[in-house]
Design a protein around this ligand. Structure first.
Ligand code: UD2
Ligand code: MN
Length: 578
């Protein structure tokens, strides 16, 4: 009897235990499978402390910062002597920045704390994940690269810095060879250097860096940055809360000639990363609606995209998204690819006002795209954009891109089947969802584009020359030159609402003549009408026609004279020979 009873109660306990465990197993299974697929926010297993605003100095804010004097200290501009100018301009051509100036500034110089005052008073969790700071570089200057490294070492709590991982994208400058290996030994293994065996471009090099990194979080920086006071904990805290958040510091400017460090954004204003329909990166002021979602003005806020260079992510999450599309080459568009992928597939992007990082914006790009560009026919960056939009846009939005960039239709985007399969596998949402819920403010500045009625070169019947921006920026007078197929300076579009565009700019008229101007933000309308019979280009407001002056080649509005061939124009679509 007793044995039976015992057995019964044991059985009961077993059944009861099983009943408890099965749902538990199920929940754990659900969670882990979810984690594998989507890294959903509920993957966190323990309750985690949130950052807290306190009245005293925040827990990771530096207690006493020593005053320093010397060239460029305090982020002040460093002005060279006259006899150094020759060398300086030589380095400007070679590196896109004044290396003579940079070389005279300490690698550990001080810079102004550009954060909002409130940022000094945040306490962050003590058990944040560790980061690998990944710096990819190709033929960068010595002191700018190492100032980036020193600033990271100097201004990061060591317990959160797994390593600084330098990834050399096949540089061929002497100073980046053995001397660099030798130099980093002083960091006792905290700084690691790996090298590509051939030129891969920054996009693939970053994916390689992410694979090689040892930290739980990967954090990318360009090779000419200076991180600011207590920059790291605020970037890690949101990722600690939710592994599917990408965090982005606010970028300050470092002058490429004087190395002056200064904020790009004016006092307390917040911006979000957006884009125009030709896929140029843009920014928009944070709306009240978004700003109010936070309790404090220095807290992170959501952003549709980011400039590309500086950001942090959970490493496994980055890799689970397939890293960057390996079909993207060298430079450009990867910021959109990753942003769209994150948002559409269940993650999010936050800009973090309390994390500031200075970046040297160069005057121009000092390197070429090497052999990689020869593999492709046509402009490489536009091919990248095409890959990205063909993968992530819905048809309606693809049309906006091709309207703004008509030649992109003729480019070979390569094979995107892997990207489409990933999108399918991750169950990603549509671009329409992204536009409605995340990037809705893009329309404020860049409304949906009406189709082009005409596009191509705009040739004058009398002179047989073409209208041309002559490479000038806005505002400037439009000129005329020999028709040369398709340089972008001659590719003119007239849309169904009367706007004449060249690239991201517009063509308008005033008393001085026909001008290249900044398009009025938030509108796609214009005053122009093209009449295919008379071949005149008519201005609806001034009620005049575009005329070419026979002698001076000056362009202006004149009373319409439909038989005058100097007022006759033809649009000619040309198929580029890629
Ligand atoms: C911006 C981004 C940059 C990248 C790029 C678009 C910021 C501040 N910068 O251009 O990070 O997203 O847009 O792709 O947001 N590099 C290589 N291999 C190459 C070319 C460059 O390793 O073939 C390195 C280069 O040394 C630098 C980094 O990649 O460390 C970014 O290049 P950049 O500084 O010329 O790009 P930038 O700032 O004009
Ligand atoms: Mn850069």
């Amino acid at each position: 009897m007793r044995i039976v009873q015992l057995r019964k109660s044991r059985l009961f306990k077993l059944v009861a235990a099983a009943l408890c465990i099965i749902p538990l197993i199920y929940i754990v299974f659900l969670q882990s499978s979810h984690e594998d697929i989507k890294f959903s926010a509920f993957s966190s297993k323990k309750v985690k402390t949130k950052p807290q605003l306190v009245s005293e100095l925040g827990n990771f804010d530096p207690r006493n910062v020593a005053d320093r004097t010397g060239a460029g200290e305090g982020g002040r501009p460093h002005i060279l002597r006259d006899d150094q100018q020759n060398d300086a301009s030589q380095t400007l051509t070679e590196f896109g920045m004044n290396m003579v100036c940079s070389d005279e500034i300490s690698l550990s110089r001080s810079i102004p704390d550009t954060r909002l005052a409130e940022c000094k008073h945040w306490n962050y969790p003590e058990d944040l994940p560790k980061a690998s700071v990944i710096i990819v570089f190709h033929n960068e200057g010595w002191s700018t690269l190492l100032r980036t490294v020193h600033s990271v070492i100097n201004r990061s709590p060591p317990q959160f810095l797994e390593e600084v991982l330098l990834v050399d994208d096949y540089s061929n400058k002497d100073h980046l060879k053995g001397r660099l290996e030798q130099y980093i030994t002083r960091f006792d293994g905290k700084v690691r250097l790996i090298r590509n065996k051939e030129r891969e471009g920054l996009i693939r090099t970053r994916s390689y860096g992410a694979k090689e990194a040892r930290g739980e979080v990967i954090l990318f920086l360009d090779a000419h940055c200076e991180v600011n006071v207590n920059w790291l904990p605020p970037l890690l805290a949101p990722i600690y809360r939710d592994k599917t958040i990408m965090t982005v510091p606010v970028i300050d400017g470092i002058d490429f000639k004087t190395f002056e460090y200064r904020p790009v954004y004016q006092g307390g204003h917040h911006y979000r990363g957006i884009f125009e329909w030709g896929m140029l990166y843009k920014e928009n002021e944070l709306s009240q609606k978004e700003a109010k979602k936070r309790e404090h003005n220095s807290e992170p806020y959501k952003s549709p995209t980011h400039a590309g260079g500086l950001f942090a992510m959970n490493r496994d999450y980055f890799l689970s998204l397939g890293a960057y599309d390996p079909g993207l080459l060298v430079w450009g568009g990867e910021n959109f690819e990753l942003s769209f992928k994150i948002w559409q597939c269940g993650g999010s992007i936050e800009w973090v006002p309390c994390s500031r990082v200075g970046h040297v914006y160069r005057g121009f790009m000092p390197y070429n795209f090497g052999k990689l560009s020869q593999k492709k026919k046509g402009p490489l960056v536009t091919i990248n954009y095409k890959r990205v939009i063909e993968t992530w846009f819905d048809d309606k939005f693809k049309e906006y891109f091709y309207t703004r960039e008509p030649l992109a239709r003729f480019l070979d985007k390569g094979d995107i089947s892997e990207q489409l399969a990933l999108k399918e596998r991750l169950g990603c949402k549509s671009f329409e969802w992204f536009m409605d819920n995340v990037a809705y403010d893009v329309y404020d500045k860049f409304p949906a584009l009406p189709p082009n009625l005409h596009w191509g070169e705009l040739r004058n019947v009398a002179s047989q020359n073409c209208m041309d921006t002559l490479g000038h920026g806005p505002p400037s007078l439009m000129g005329m030159s020999h028709c040369h197929g398709f340089g972008n300076n001659q590719l003119i579009r007239l849309n169904a609402k009367g706007q004449l565009g060249v690239g991201e700019r517009c063509i308008e008229a005033d008393t001085q003549g026909i001008k290249l101007v900044f398009c009025r933000l938030g509108t796609v309308d214009g005053p122009w009408e093209y009449d295919e019979t008379s071949r005149t280009l008519f201005h609806r407001v001034h009620k005049k026609c575009v005329a070419l002056h026979p002698q001076t080649s000056h362009l202006s509005l004149m009373p319409c004279d439909t038989v005058n061939t100097y007022q006759q124009w033809t649009f000619k679509e040309l198929q580029p020979k890629y």
